[in-house]
Design a protein around this ligand. Structure first.
Ligand code: UT7
Length: 367
């Protein structure tokens, strides 16, 4: 229906039966006071279920000593990582995403039939197309869901949750699945000790849906700085055909990273973005119950915590067991935090991440 002065307005799930005073497409700006159900009240939205999946196969630092010139001592002291998971031949980004999704739906007590949006954050899809999200949609049996992938690197899950919240807040969707899934061990250069010791495989998922008022998403901070793009990259196949600069084993593109520069960036943005999001929520760091940071390096987390003035016991860390799983790191950590009792109903939780792009992303949520 076209937006005509003086006529009722309906667009997607947004409906207003009051004659419109102007042709402005934003019903709130038009001063409409009668909207369709909860849609225009911008209902509260949050994470109502979490799930994760990690491969069984463990690769320890001692195993890595046999692959590159490194040591358990170097990896532990410089990163905090002790071991990571590696996908078996039958496991892919899609299969892990499916398992994490099923587990999150189960946790939320929601059937796949109710899901109307699926977002998969990944930099390691099985295919450029079809999207991982569409494959998940088919596998879990979610006939009512729109589905798309999101490529933002390690910040992908936080970007995905914030995106899903916008859909559900406005009523454009009612129940969204946001998944972070990665098989990074398939794009690392196993001859490059500076990167191959850092990454691991896994998937995590969250169900985003309406929650009681006062709960759910309180604020977020998303950002990007493309000038830092060359610091952390993996070339797409078509670009590396011309002039390969980071092509490793089997002629496939691999991860290139300037670790020192990314480290400095990470410490700065994780602290600054957390403060920015908390300010928007009208909260101080003292009021936060738990911070779930991107699990890349314990020294980054430690330095960001000191910058924020937050004790480490308020920060959830599991990178010692999984390494850096990029977009999967925060949902895996949140799932573990919930299942272990570290993250409880009513807690104010901050999830904060940095990564390729360069990009950063933080949300503040009352669980
Ligand atoms: O999700 C975002 C992804 N990125 C990150 O989070 C990474 C951010 N950066 C980092 O975490 C750290 O910079 C690294 C862990 C990558 C590196 O730690 P670092 O303390 O910055 O080490 P460095 O790169 O300055 O290297 C120090 C030394 C070098 O030797 P020389 O030149 O001093 O003789 C490296 O060659 O350590 C050497 N080195 C290693 N030695 C043993 C680098 N990697 C290894 C290794 N084992 N795996």
């Amino acid at each position: 229906m076209s937006l005509t002065d003086g006529e009722p307005f309906e667009q997607g799930a947004i409906k207003c039966e009051k004659p419109c005073p102007t042709a402005t497409p934003n019903p709130k700006a038009r001063g409409c006071d009668k909207m369709d159900g909860e849609v225009m009240s911008m209902r509260s939205v949050g994470i109502v279920g979490l799930g994760s999946y990690v491969p069984e196969k463990v690769l320890t630092n001692f195993d890595l000593e046999k692959i590159v010139e490194t040591s358990d001592e170097w990896i532990t002291t410089r990163t905090g990582i002790k071991e990571r998971r590696v996908a078996a031949a039958h496991e892919t980004t899609t299969t892990m995403a499916i398992e994490a999704a099923k587990s999150a739906l189960d946790d939320a007590g929601v059937s796949a039939n109710e899901v109307d949006l699926i977002i998969v954050a990944t930099v390691t899809p099985d295919y450029f197309f079809p999207s991982t999200a569409c494959q998940v949609q088919h596998a879990i049996g979610a006939p009512n869901a729109a589905a798309f992938d999101l490529l933002v690197g390690c910040t992908g899950f936080v970007y995905g949750v914030v995106t899903a919240c916008q859909f559900v807040q406005t009523g454009a969707a009612n129940c969204a699945l946001v998944i972070g899934s990665e098989t990074l061990t398939r794009i690392v250069d196993w001859t490059d000790r500076k990167t191959c010791v850092l990454f691991g495989d896994g998937a995590g998922a969250a169900v985003v849906a309406p929650v009681p008022e006062g709960r759910g998403l309180l604020a977020f901070d998303l950002g990007s700085d493309g000038s830092g793009g060359p610091l952390l990259k993996a070339e797409a196949l078509q670009s590396c055909c011309e002039m390969p600069t980071s092509v490793g084993l089997n002629g496939r593109p691999t991860i290139y990273m300037n670790g020192n520069e990314v480290f400095k960036f990470a410490v700065r943005v994780m602290a600054d973005s957390t403060i920015a999001a908390l300010q928007k929520a009208g909260l101080t760091v003292d009021q936060v119950d738990l911070i779930v940071p991107h699990q890349a390096n314990i020294r980054i987390i430690d330095a960001a915590a000191r910058r924020l003035g937050v004790p480490m016991d308020k920060i959830f860390v599991n990178l010692d067991r999984y390494g850096n799983t990029s977009a999967a790191s925060i949902p895996i950590a949140m799932d573990e935090a919930k299942r272990s009792g570290r993250m409880k109903e009513g807690d104010i939780v901050v999830a904060t991440s940095f990564g390729a792009g360069l990009s950063w992303a933080t949300f503040v949520m009352r669980m």
